[in-house]
Design a protein around this ligand. Structure first.
Ligand code: MRU
Length: 345
């Protein structure tokens, strides 16, 4: 019997199983991780992606590390290595580091207990179940911001696949529907990795939503035509001043939303807010393989010798963000003050 089983991940107590997001929607394949190294590889290679899903995966990877090294004289040293290996996978989404810090702190608290494995496994499961709860709560808060009949534009994939379940920005859209509102969605394809076209459209279509796919360069024109009432995106890291790193292309959508007077919302749990990073300038931006740009999914479009730049994320300055939807409520500017208050409550 699985202890956790969602669309994106499963924890059996022995193995961590991930739906392989690299093959969706054409093939439904799974990757089974039995070691922390396999989890780290799955995060790096984007078998699993999306900030909260990466965080939860790292937590289960950490549990696999504890199981492997418990009882060995070099346990403490090995656990440092486990943490480092899991951390050295993707640099931008802060949920990864947040989850690893939490797991390490818990391990230190319980290191003299007899049932270390059971307790550390519980911590990972808590992270996972808290994520689902946070998403549902964000869905209720964010759902209030949408009106019956609205059409929302979203970027990247922020749904059940990007989280443990339900989703952040897609969670808000789901939350609005759960309130009885009819919400339509436009999904940007999200070049170069096509999370919007491959994952968001698949998820929303399966869930019965009226979803329309557009290529990224169509966003401005659909706004101009009056088709969009709100933009909602997720986040990989929100700095203390509200500057938000999210999938490359988010910044352009925010600029377009401002030009067209459309509210631009970010939906993210507290585990994505990094008060230790003062502004977006200090957020590390991952640069990924140039082949992601040279190829359109699996077809090569340009020769090797063409220079490529492939930042996987951009930063949307706080002044372009109408509100940040969290599980503790909807935060509006000034973000420097109001984000901090979330952690004081
Ligand atoms: O490179 P990815 O696919 O991991 O990037 C994911 C995103 O940018 C998402 O928008 C973000 O993690 C929020 S997911 C709830």
């Amino acid at each position: 019997m699985s202890k956790l089983k969602t669309m994106s991940m499963e924890w059996t107590g022995e193995e961590f199983i991930l739906i392989d997001q690299r093959y969706l929607p054409l093939e439904e394949k799974y990757v089974t991780c039995k070691t922390y190294e396999e989890v780290a590889k799955s995060i790096k290679d984007m078998v699993v992606r999306g900030a909260p899903a990466i965080g939860a995966s790292a937590a289960f990877g950490y549990v696999l590390g504890v199981k492997e090294f418990i009882g060995k004289p070099e346990f403490e040293e090995k656990m440092k290595e486990v943490k480092k290996t899991l951390a050295n996978t993707r640099p931008t989404a802060v949920n990864l580091f947040w989850a690893l810090e939490r797991m390490e702190k818990r391990l230190n608290e319980i290191k003299n207990e007899e049932n270390i494995v059971e307790l550390i496994e519980k911590e990972a499961l808590d992270i996972a179940f808290e994520d689902i709860e946070a998403n549902k709560t964000m869905g209720r808060f964010g759902g209030e911001l949408l009106n019956d009949g609205d059409t929302v534009l979203t970027h990247c994939n922020t749904g059940s696949l990007a989280t443990v379940d339900y989703g952040t920005a897609l969670g808000v859209i789901r939350g609005a529907r759960d309130m009885g509102k009819d919400i339509k969605v436009y999904a940007d394809e999200t070049r170069p990795y096509l999370q919007g076209a491959r994952l968001t459209v698949w998820e929303l279509y399966k869930d019965g939503f009226d979803v329309t796919l557009i290529s990224d360069n169509m966003a401005g024109w659909v706004m101009k035509q009056g088709k969009i009432n709100a933009v909602i995106v997720g986040a990989d890291r929100i700095a203390a001043n509200g500057d938000t790193a999210n999938k490359i292309g988010t910044y352009s959508v925010a600029v377009l939303a401002k030009e067209h007077g459309i509210p631009f919302y970010v939906a993210a749990p507290l585990s994505t807010i990094d008060l230790d990073t003062p502004t977006g300038n200090e957020i590390p931006i991952e640069e990924r393989s140039h082949d992601e740009v040279r190829y359109c999914h699996k077809s090569k479009m340009v020769p090797e010798e063409i220079k490529v730049y492939n930042p996987a994320f951009d930063v949307t300055p706080n002044e372009l963000i109408t509100a940040i939807i969290t599980e503790k409520g909807v935060v509006r500017p000034p973000y420097n003050e109001n984000l901090k208050k979330l952690f004081e409550k």
